[in-house]
Design a protein around this ligand. Structure first.
Ligand code: TMP
Length: 218
């Protein structure tokens, strides 16, 4: 089995930049890396992503949203994540099951048990070995996310950026609570630090944890 690392955090925390830098670091040290994201990561899930993030879909109900995330995840895990882990790759995924807990439970208020049931159904036993949480003040994150959306040429994926600040504060607290409950799985980094410093912390931690795992297997 390979090694599964997920990246989490609120909008604009910098995880997409950091996941790319970690992919480069791992490739440079000779690892086979699969870099992917949720929602999306394969053709069917990318179509579901477009529905989920379209700002015109503001009328979407919380349960419909939750089921679409679960559907996208079931396809993505089956088609991309599990096969890549089975051939021994390091899989880096930009958001995963913790996002559903933080956004749909802490953010939207859906009961946790329903989310856990759907996450388990979609993942069929695939779980992250390590989750990097880039913790960030929502005021800073939203400012960065809006700047990115205003300067990008693709479709405006901003349904969540349009949520109130209080929503993003609940999401941030949800992530921190998850990390507090599973300190061994989570690595929390400060999203206010420089890009280089964050990348260096993540690379060192990932190297040492993957080495630990290899020793445990031997
Ligand atoms: P991204 O902007 O990091 O690509 O993520 C897309 C949006 O989807 C982001 O606002 C967080 C949200 N999201 C959820 O609400 N639940 C989930 O399960 C996932 C994976 C993402």
């Amino acid at each position: 089995m390979g090694y599964f690392i997920t990246f989490e955090g609120i909008e604009g925390c910098g995880k997409t930049t950091q996941i790319r830098l970690l992919a480069e670091h791992l490739k440079a040290s000779g690892r086979a890396v699969t870099l992917t994201r949720e929602p999306g990561g394969c053709a069917i899930a990318d179509k579901i992503r477009a529905i989920l993030l379209d700002a015109d879909n503001r009328a979407m109900l919380p349960h419909a949203e939750l089921l679409l995330y679960a559907a996208a995840r079931a396809q993505h895990v089956g088609e991309i994540v599990r096969p890549a882990l089975e051939i021994g790759n390091v899989v880096l995924c930009d958001r995963f099951t913790d996002a559903t807990i933080a956004y749909q439970s802490n953010g939207r208020g859906i009961e946790r048990q329903t989310i856990d049931t759907l996450n388990n159904l979609a993942c069929g036993g695939v779980r992250p070995d390590l989750t990097v949480l880039i913790d960030c003040d929502p005021v800073l994150g939203l400012e960065r996310a809006r700047r990115r959306i205003d300067t990008s040429s693709g479709p405006r994926e901003e349904r969540f950026e349009l949520e109130a600040l209080a929503f993003h504060q609940r999401v941030r607290e949800g992530y921190l609570a998850l990390a507090g409950g599973e300190p061994h799985r989570f690595l929390i980094v400060n999203g206010g630090d420089s890009i280089e410093r964050i990348a260096d912390t993540i690379a060192r931690q990932v190297d040492s944890r993957m080495e630990e795992q290899q020793h445990a297997v031997r």
